[in-house]
Design a protein around this ligand. Structure first.
Ligand code: ZN
Length: 185
């Protein structure tokens, strides 16, 4: 079985204490810091931008996984790469997957594509060879603390079957029980 990594989301942190909270999450068993970027347009919520990541990067050498839930990722990939992202994820629903992957790779960063619950697994198939990771959203993106949507699970099986090597990330409603469901597929 492939090793499982845990990526605690920064949305669960105290925003006045991000550096220490990120370190604490890793000391508690986390592997990579997951940073959710929302623009109030692609999703109905706003979180944080590249300047915060830049500050956090000064505070820690941890791996940053930056999940862009924004309508125009092409416009901002440079900013997030320069701010210190290690992995950058864009949504297929934005309509510019190929250009985004190319831009992320030009910065020497790892590239990932994400699909919302209503988007089929097939949407990522054309890009699997260029990607480092696929992110299957297990809730509708926009807010933390939502209930896991079990109908997203078959997509994990489909993508794994299509590419046995690629990392598959799940995001939303993950707890002890739902993590088990994802892992046992
Ligand atoms: Zn996320």
């Amino acid at each position: 079985m492939r090793p499982v990594k845990i990526l605690p989301s920064i949305l669960a942190a105290d925003f006045t204490n991000l550096g220490a909270d990120a370190q604490a999450a890793m000391q508690a068993g986390g592997d990579i810091v997951h940073i959710d970027i929302m623009d109030g347009h692609f999703v109905p919520n706003i979180t944080l931008g590249a300047p915060i990541i830049k500050c956090l990067r000064k505070a820690t050498g941890l791996c940053f996984d930056v999940h862009l839930m924004i309508s125009d990722p092409l416009r901002f990939i440079d900013d997030f790469a320069d701010a210190g992202a290690d992995i950058i994820t864009v949504h297929t629903e934005c309509g510019c997957p190929a250009e985004s992957i190319k831009k992320i790779k030009e910065h020497g960063k790892s590239a990932a594509l994400s699909i919302k619950p209503a988007t089929s697994a097939e949407a990522v198939y054309p890009y699997l060879n260029e990607l480092d990771m696929v992110l299957v959203m297990t809730v509708e993106p926009g807010f933390g603390g939502q209930k896991f949507i079990e109908t997203t699970l078959p997509k994990i099986v489909q993508i794994r079957k299509r590419n046995p090597e690629i990392d598959i990330q799940v995001d939303g409603g993950i707890n002890r029980d739902t993590a088990k469901l994802c892992k046992e597929l």
